[in-house]
Design a protein around this ligand. Structure first.
Ligand SMILES: Nc1ncnc2c1ncn2[C@@H]1O[C@H](COP(=O)(O)OP(=O)(O)OP(=O)(O)O)[C@@H](O)[C@H]1O
Length: 232
């Protein structure tokens, strides 16, 4: 269970998140939605310990992680697929994948590499290619595979289908569903695609101006809420 209580996050003196309360049970799938610039990325960064200043509580399976450095949060089982993918362009696919294994806590069994390559066969074909020479869709697959290699219990994904060709979008969405349904990995997804949020997730949270303004089971995600908080 990921439990976030009364979380505030700051850039300098400017408060980007205010009083955020979110709960995601083990094996759950939460979609975080909202317009551009409302604080969705900031929330993922705060969960990971990448913000300079936060207040409030972040608990993973009852353990307070908000005081921990990022690498310890990763070892506690939080994987991250950042916006823009964050792969290392001069490193090969194989080297980028190896980076993911560094974040794994020895107490959790490694994810079967064959399973990862069955999800992303193209990565196996391109192990020696530099990350920077992959297409956008392949880079996104690499970012997800790298996160998986840390054997996470929970994966935070920030707009994983942004700027990706439609045929690859479907493939990536299928993989995200399988990680949740077949491996039981808890998913926290930031996405603008409401149709995917509705079909894949079991709960949602809408963020507006740094606050959670609506949330609950995904069946409560009405068109009215979407229009009110997503329309420009
Ligand atoms: N490094 C930074 N320094 C100062 N302010 C920032 C910084 N990064 C983001 N902000 C501000 O914090 C607020 C929330 O930004 P955030 O990136 O979390 O939004 P978002 O909902 O993820 O938007 P997007 O969908 O565009 O990524 C915005 O007002 C943004 O301008």
């Amino acid at each position: 269970m990921l439990e976030i209580s009364r979380l505030d996050a700051y850039y300098g003196n400017s408060r980007a998140l205010q009083n955020v309360d979110i709960r995601v049970p083990d094996g759950g799938f939460l979609s975080i939605i909202g317009r551009n610039g409302v604080g969705k990325t900031t929330l993922l960064r705060a969960i990971l310990g990448l913000m300079d200043r936060t207040r409030g509580s972040i608990r993973l399976d009852g353990v307070e992680i908000s005081g921990m450095p990022t690498y310890r949060r990763a070892r506690a089982g939080i994987g991250y697929v950042p916006q823009g993918r964050g792969i290392l362009p001069r490193f090969t696919v194989a080297e980028n994948l190896r980076m993911g294994t560094f974040a794994r806590d020895e107490t959790r069994p490694p994810v079967d590499e064959a399973f990862i390559f069955s999800l992303f066969p193209v990565l196996k074909e391109r192990l020696g290619v530099r990350g920077g020479n992959l297409s956008g869709g392949q880079q996104q697959q690499l970012a997800i595979a790298r996160a998986l290699l840390s054997s996470p219990r929970i994966i935070l994904l920030d707009e994983p289908t942004e700027g990706i060709q439609p045929n690859v979008v479907e493939q990536i969405e299928t993989v995200i569903r399988r990680l949740n349904k077949e491996l039981g990995i808890t998913i926290v997804l930031v996405d603008q695609d409401i149709a995917f949020a509705r079909s894949a997730s079991d709960s949602f949270a809408i963020i507006d101006k740094g606050r959670v303004v609506a949330g609950g089971p995904v069946s409560d995600l009405t068109d009215d809420l979407v229009n009110r908080h997503m329309a420009v």
